[in-house]
Each structure stands twice: as structure tokens, then as C-alpha cells.
Design a protein around this ligand. Structure first.
Ligand code: HAM
Length: 418
């Protein structure tokens, strides 16, 4: 019986992994050049971490988490996102410092959603979190960092939408008004939204059911409830983005699928993706550290979906890194030469020469064909007669010239020819 990968989870094969490495390497360079350091948190966390931060009424917590009870009777969950684990780690490891703490992460996340184009159950995020300040400079700075990463990857057709949800008090006011607006319309709401109306009314804004969406079209909006300080913060973020020449539009209807946000939230979409068109998203979460028992600490972050970013890049037909050809292919004229060849490549590789040896008993002709396929720049032929003299034949695949060189000089000869 054949065993297959789990639905919504797939292998990333070498051809594609090269692109992943390119994107991840570029992200690391961009983050690290701005003082961000990598953090790696466990894939499994206590379920309560996500329930308390992302929120009970959200789709992620109520429908999409991979949760199970371990042998010790604890409820554990495969992380659906990276922010809550990082806040947990920040508090647990007493990372709070005089300065802000700047962290980035790269890794898999898990959500049991219905798989479709751009949506999988194991997906990957590249993200950053800056913890320790409520200053709008960090909102704009993080969004700039993201656009800088896109620029380095040569991605151009993305669109940034931003909105402000205000502080906890502003959100409360919105919730109250929204409740008052929706109560008379209760019968037009889906069963989920009827529950949301009682438990967490702001989550109705996230509903995908058409009847609910039409009721919500003219509902009260977050921007109408911003207090003076939150209104000022939002204006400053927009001014700074304009200053940095970052194009964005405001979207008063933006709702994020996670409860922890306050003030600025943003989403980035790309036309090359289809229905699931958000390639990145994030925002401010000034209460989360305190909610988990830390001091009141401002924080901001975002995460991009690596699969979606790669789809966006491929829709723009941006050439990724090409497979590297071999510097040297080592061919042998028989299995007697295998040990010599096996030993000979060790110092070559130590000298940074990208080389491979053939141990499959192929004919010389077939080995030359393989060397061509692997785009080898040089081929070293280990033959019986030459080896007795301490030599090998070195063929330049560009010029087709072939000459004997000392085996002890092979690394030097190849280096000089590259
Ligand atoms: P999120 O909007 O849930 O935010 O996810 C961020 C990005 O992850 C999305 O824009 C999308 O590109 C990708 N993504 C989400 N779910 C899937 C899926 N099922 N399949 C493929 N890609 C997916 C967060 O996770 C927040 N933690 C972001 C953040 C960081 N906020 C503050 N700091």
C-alpha cells in the first residue's frame, strides 16, 4: 500500500527548495542588516497560549488548530502562527531590555483549513516582531523593512492596505456600537455570527457568509471610534509611510483573523494569486505582553506566507537562482580507480571546488554525457596508465582541450581555470 503525504502538506523538492533558500537568505540579510536576530521557538505549544492570544472566537482557534492531548494529559497545539510563541518566549526568557527587542523567524505553521490554491495546512512564514515600543516609527519602519525585502526579491505588483483598530478602549466602543447595530438584524446573521454577537462581536466583521457581509456593509467602522491618541498615532504612521514613498491605501473594512491587534493593522495582496491573495500581514499588539503577565509593552510585527510569496514571484515571471553547474566532474575508467578518485575529491572540496565522482560503473562515454548534463566546467579522467605516473587527464569542457596534469596539482589547475 502506497503511503502519501498528508492532505494540505507537501514536499518541497530540490528544484523548488533552491528558490526557498534564495527567499529565506534574502530575508535574513534584510532583517539582520536592520539589527533583527533570529529566534526559533518550538513547533508545539500549550493550547492555552493560542486560545488566549489569537482569541476564542477566531476561525483559527475555533476551527483550524491541530490540537491533541499528549501522554501527560496536556493539551498541545501545533503552532498556527509565530507571534504568540515569541511573546511567550520574550516573557519567559526575560528578554525585556532598555532598548527594543528585534526578532525574526522562519518556519512552518499549521492550520487545518480547507486546502486550495495558496492555502495549505502546513505552510511557512517569514516574520519579524519588534517588542518594547509603541512608537509609530516602528510601525512604519517594519512596513518599510517588508517593502525593502520585496524590492530585494524583485517583487513589484503588491498592494498594501492599512487600517487602525484603535486601543482596547476604542475597540470596546466599536464592539458596543456594532452589537447595537447587529442586534435588530440578528435573524439575517449566520449561526456562527449569532454566537459571535454574544461572545465576541468584532469577529462578525471577519465572516465570509454573504448574508452577514451584506448586513455588515454599512456597519460602524473602527476609524469612527479612534481616541485622540490613537488617531494621532495612525496619522503619524501614514505620514511616515508617505515620507518613505511607500504606496498604500486605507481599508476601513479590514479585519484581521487574530484578536490581539490594537491600532495599526495592514495586509499586502498580490494580483497573481487568486482568492487567497494576502501574501503578508501584520500590525501592532500593544496589550499582548501584558495579557501574558509581562509589563505593558508596545509591539509590532508582520509575517509573510512563503508559499504565497513564491507564487507571486512566479506570476511576475522573475527568474530565480539557477542550478549551479559542477566545477569538476571526476570520471574513472574502471572501478580500480574508485579509491583514488574518492580520496582525490576531499582536498578539492576543501578548496571550494564543487565536484562529483561517478561510482556507477558507467562507460567513459556515458560519464562524459553525464558531465555535460551537470554542466561541468572541467572533467578529470582517472585512467590506469596516467595514475601510475601520478597524473590525470583534465578536459576543459568549454574548449574541449585535454591535457595531463599532476594529481597533486589538480585543485590548483581547476581553481586557475574557473
Ligand atoms: P496571518 O494573516 O494569519 O498573520 O498570516 C500571515 C500570512 O501567512 C498570510 O498573509 C498568508 O500569506 C500566510 N498564510 C496564512 N495562512 C495560510 C495558509 N493556510 N496557507 C498558506 N499561507 C497562509 C499572522 O500569522 C500574524 N502572526 C502576523 C503577525 C506577526 N502579526 C504581528 N506579527
Amino acid at each position: 500500500m502506497a503511503i502519501h503525504s498528508i492532505k494540505g502538506m507537501r514536499d518541497i523538492l530540490p528544484e523548488e527548495a533552491r528558490l526557498w533558500q534564495f527567499v529565506e537568505r534574502t530575508a535574513r540579510e534584510v532583517f539582520e542588516s536592520s539589527g533583527y536576530e533570529e529566534i526559533r521557538t518550538p513547533i508545539l505549544e500549550e493550547t492555552a497560549l493560542f486560545r488566549k492570544s489569537i482569541g476564542e472566537g477566531t476561525d483559527i482557534v475555533s476551527k483550524e488548530m491541530y490540537t491533541f492531548t499528549d501522554k501527560g494529559g496536556r493539551s498541545l497545539t501545533l503552532r498556527p502562527e509565530g507571534t504568540a510563541p515569541i511573546v511567550r518566549s520574550y516573557i519567559e526568557n526575560r528578554m525585556a531590555a532598555d532598548d527594543v527587542v528585534k526578532l525574526y523567524y522562519v518556519g512552518p505553521m499549521f492550520r487545518s483549513e480547507r486546502p486550495q490554491k495558496g492555502r495549505s495546512r502546513q505552510f511557512h512564514q517569514i516574520g519579524m516582531e519588534v517588542i518594547g515600543s509603541s512608537s509609530p516609527y516602528f510601525d512604519a519602519g517594519a512596513i518599510f523593512l517588508m517593502t525593502n525585502l520585496f524590492k530585494k526579491l524583485a517583487l513589484s505588483d503588491f498592494k498594501i492596505k492599512i487600517c487602525s483598530l484603535g486601543c482596547a478602549k476604542d475597540k470596546e466602543k466599536l464592539a458596543k456600537e456594532l452589537g447595537a447595530y447587529l442586534t435588530p438584524e440578528k435573524n439575517r446573521l449566520c449561526p456562527d455570527c449569532k454566537t459571535r454577537l454574544k461572545k465576541n462581536v468584532l469577529r462578525t466583521l471577519d465572516c465570509k457568509v454573504e448574508s452577514c457581509r451584506s448586513v455588515l456593509r454599512n456597519s460602524p467602522k473602527a476609524k469612527d471610534f479612534l481616541c485622540g491618541s490613537c488617531g494621532g498615532h495612525y496619522k503619524k504612521v501614514k505620514d511616515l509611510l508617505a515620507e518613505l514613498k511607500i504606496d498604500f491605501t486605507e481599508d476601513a473594512n479590514m479585519v484581521r483573523g487574530l484578536d490581539y491587534y490594537t491600532n495599526t493593522v495592514f495586509e499586502v495582496t498580490h494580483p497573481g494569486l487568486g482568492a487567497q491573495d494576502a501574501i503578508a500581514a501584520g500590525g501592532r499588539y500593544d496589550n499582548l505582553v501584558e495579557d501574558f503577565g509581562g509589563k505593558k509593552t508596545g509591539a509590532f510585527g508582520f509575517a509573510l506566507g512563503t508559499e504565497r510569496l513564491l507564487m507571486a514571484l512566479s506570476s511576475e515571471k522573475k527568474a530565480g537562482p539557477q542550478k549551479k553547474g559542477l566545477d569538476l566532474y571526476v570520471a574513472t575508467t574502471g572501478d580500480k580507480m574508485y579509491t583514488e578518485a574518492f580520496k582525490a575529491v576531499i582536498p578539492l572540496r576543501e578548496n571550494g571546488i564543487f565536484c562529483e565522482v561517478n561510482f556507477q560503473g558507467r562507460s567513459l562515454k556515458s560519464q562524459m554525457r553525464q558531465a555535460n548534463k551537470k554542466e561541468a566546467r572541467f572533467v578529470a579522467i582517472f585512467g590506469d596508465e596516467e595514475l601510475k605516473r601520478g597524473e590525470v587527464a583534465l578536459r576543459d569542457m568549454k574548449t574541449s582541450e585535454q591535457r595531463n596534469v599532476k594529481l597533486s596539482d589538480l585543485a590548483k589547475e581547476v581553481r586557475e581555470g574557473l
